[in-house]
Design a protein around this ligand. Sequence first.
Ligand code: ZN
Length: 76
Amino acid sequence: MARSVIRFADWSLSVDLSGSGPIFESECTTCGESSGTADEKEGPETWCLRHAGRTGHTGFRGITTSFFRAQKVGDQ
Ligand SMILES: [Zn+2]
């Protein structure tokens, strides 16, 4: 992910790369069933196709969780 920084007063917010990377998940918008979480989006996307084949449900919600860290400016 591109490094972006948002500043507000003495605080800045940036993507936190110290722990987990983004987490991906797919949810069926018909029945609410979930693919479970994964470190890459391929698994949850493949799950959508398997779920469509198994149930006939065709609508899905893709959820990406990213992590941010707030830091006092000048407090490296
Ligand atoms: Zn479903």
